[in-house]
Design a protein around this ligand. Structure first.
Ligand SMILES: NC(=O)c1ccc[n+]([C@@H]2O[C@H](COP(=O)([O-])OP(=O)(O)OC[C@H]3O[C@@H](n4cnc5c(N)ncnc54)[C@H](O)[C@@H]3O)[C@@H](O)[C@H]2O)c1
Length: 596
């Protein structure tokens, strides 16, 4: 029989504590909510009433249920109020000495059988537990932000946590409607160990002015389907908390440079820019604690005319190539009303591309998204050719041929001879330096990367890659074209992986390393990222879809260019590729797909 928890205590009512109080009170459990001072208690109360008020306004919580929920919470200053609770969850700032002091005090105040839990994200639960005389009753219960929404709880057992306590806490999680993964005490557990290197890397891109905050966030939301971009997430977590987590992970997790907090984070914390809770972080919010972003001096002007400022007029577009990407790109341009010249290596290939575009447009007709007239008009706008000479009068060329530098360079040299002056020359390369193809021409200022995502007709994102030679006019033209296609164009520098792949693949690689170290299972790691961080797929699901060979190649490129030791491909990934386990396409990757 699992232990019955009728009343719990929560210590610290900040970003996490207030949410944790809500989770328990919603599920009919009495909560003693404790803060350090009257003022902090008031802020905690405001956090809770604000959050439950929003739930009522959105129709997710009935008013009577909200009132019942609030009546279950007893706000108190000081730990003495926790003498009779069955379980305490501590959610004070991420400092070991503070947490140890609080646990020593809880040990003194709480009844002997009470379980003492910490919500720490990165500190050692074991080190916290030894501040008490009951380390076997100390456990980590790591909720995710926002606690009432995110389904995952990481239950962290130390080497001395008793099996009964683990089982009781697991049963409690189920009662709260949460999914738990139970793991050992390691810095960052599953989710944060995989998340924080990525967040820190995104901040470093912003700090280096590699891309704007809006573009970095849009890239990860639209390119990977994440619920929020990394900088908006930093603001939600709180920059002070994020700093402490990174700092601890750096020290506890083998001094991986990727966890050394980017200097900008410390500067922002010192300046009081803590994120949502202080009203300003990477973004500016309506008021402290509000989720509503308001414009500030960094907000880009979004009007159509501003987008088109300095852009060249584009009416006729050449697309070179006959693969998946070229086919999708031809469709996208033709559907958006551009006259398209498709150049392939022969009539047979052109016929294949024509069929593929037609089939895809027909699907749109069947789904009621496109009229037959519009389909015919789109097809009518495409001219099919097998000679580059037909690109003499286009305004923009998009190259989507095989991913080989020598082939692309030769093609750009030919385009340089053939195309009229003023044409914008774009490459869709996902891994080669755009500057290399630009320098194959006499007009590098007109060359830009237009990195579409697969499938191009569906994915809303395009990375606009400007080299050190790309002119402002060319970049403006590329952005205006993306907008006219109904896509979000994010501008970034010419570095390996651009924004999305540079942020995504090291995280996937880290997940493989975690599996290889036997810290957790592929299923639990996938759960952790989906239910704890809202990712649409877990890392192993995604790796199997993308292809392990493709993932390995991208990771190798990143490693070679950035020389970051932490980017070295996971040996397990290399071995699986060598063994021919490439993911779904070969029937087996991290999972066996032949038996489903
Ligand atoms: N922010 C996140 O996204 C997130 C997610 C999961 C876990 N965590 C972890 O949760 C814990 C709390 O983080 P947070 O982001 O909520 O911090 P926070 O700064 O938002 O809130 C901390 C609260 O603790 C209170 N406090 C400080 N000293 C206290 C004391 N002696 N007694 C009682 N209350 C005290 C503060 O007044 C403040 O309200 C940390 O261990 C953090 O790593 C954070």
């Amino acid at each position: 029989m699992a232990r019955e928890f009728t009343s719990v205590g929560v210590v610290g009512l900040g970003t996490m504590g207030a949410g944790i109080v809500e989770v328990f009170a919603r599920n009919g459990i009495d909560v003693v909510a404790v803060e350090i001072s009257e003022a902090a208690l008031e802020r905690g109360r405001a956090n809770l009433t604000g959050s439950t008020g929003r739930a009522v306004a959105k129709g997710k919580l009935a008013e009577a249920d909200r009132d019942a929920l609030l009546s279950r919470v007893h706000f108190q200053v000081g730990l003495d109020a926790l003498h009779s609770v069955d379980l305490v969850i501590e959610a004070v700032p991420e400092h070991l000495d503070l947490k140890q002091r609080i646990f020593a005090e809880l040990d003194r105040v709480c009844k002997p059988e009470a379980i003492l839990a910490t919500n720490t994200s990165s500190l050692s639960v074991t080190e916290i537990s030894v501040a008490t005389t009951r380390p076997n009753q100390v456990i980590g219960i790591h909720f995710f932000n926002p606690a009432p929404v995110m389904k995952l709880v990481e239950v962290v057992r130390t080497v001395v946590t008793s099996g009964d306590v683990v089982a009781d806490v697991e049963a409690l999680c189920a009662r709260l409607g949460k999914v738990d993964v139970t793991i050992n005490d390691r810095a960052g557990f599953i989710a944060n160990a995989l998340l924080f290197g990525y967040l820190n890397h995104a901040v470093s891109m912003f700090e280096a002015r590699y891309a704007t905050r809006e573009d970095i966030d849009a890239a990860m939301k639209l390119g990977c389907g994440l619920p929020m971009g990394p900088l908006a997430l930093m603001d939600l977590i709180g920059l002070d908390t994020a700093y402490e987590i990174l700092d601890t992970m750096y020290r506890r997790g083998g001094r991986d440079r990727r966890h050394a907090p980017v200097p900008l984070i410390k500067q922002m914390v010192t300046a009081g820019l803590l994120g949502r809770k202080s009203g300003r972080g990477f973004y500016t919010y309506e008021r402290p604690g509000s989720p509503v972003v308001v414009p500030d001096e960094q907000t880009p002007v979004a009007s159509e005319s501003a987008l088109a400022d300095g852009a060249r007029g584009i009416a006729k577009v050449g697309v070179v190539g006959s693969g998946t990407m070229a086919t999708g790109i031809i469709e996208v341009f033709a559907k958006a009303g551009y006259e398209v010249v498709s150049v392939t290596r022969g009539a047979e290939k052109s016929a294949k591309v024509f069929e593929a575009v037609k089939t895809s447009l027909n699907k749109g007709v069947v789904r009621g998204k496109l009229s037959e007239t519009d389909r015919d008009a789109a097809l009518g706008r495409i001219n099919w050719s097998a000679t580059l000479e037909h690109l003499a009068d286009v305004d923009l060329v998009v190259e989507a041929v095989v991913e080989e530098l020598s082939v692309k360079k030769a093609l750009f040299a030919s385009l340089d001879e053939i195309c009229k002056p003023g044409v914008v020359l774009a490459t869709t390369t996902s891994s080669l330096p755009v500057i290399d193809v630009a320098m194959a021409t006499q007009r590098p200022a007109d060359v830009v990367g237009l990195h579409f995502f697969n499938p191009a007709p569906i994915m809303p994102l395009v990375e606009v890659v400007r080299t050190i030679r790309t002119s402002a006019e060319t970049t403006a033209t590329a952005r205006a074209v993306c907008a006219a296609l109904g896509k979000t164009g994010v501008v970034c520098g010419d570095r390996s992986g651009f924004i999305v792949n540079a942020l995504l693949f090291p995280y996937l690689n880290d997940a493989v390393k975690m599996l290889e170290a036997s810290y957790s299972t592929a299923d639990d790691i996938d759960y952790a990222m989906k239910l704890g961080c809202g990712y649409p797929m877990g890392p192993f699901e995604l790796l199997d879809v993308v292809g392990l060979d493709v993932s390995l190649a991208i990771q190798r490129e990143l490693y070679l260019e950035l020389r970051e030791p932490g980017f070295a491909p996971a040996p397990l990934l290399e071995h699986l590729v060598t063994a021919g386990y490439l993911g779904r396409k070969s029937g087996r990757g991290f999972r066996d797909h032949t038996r489903r």
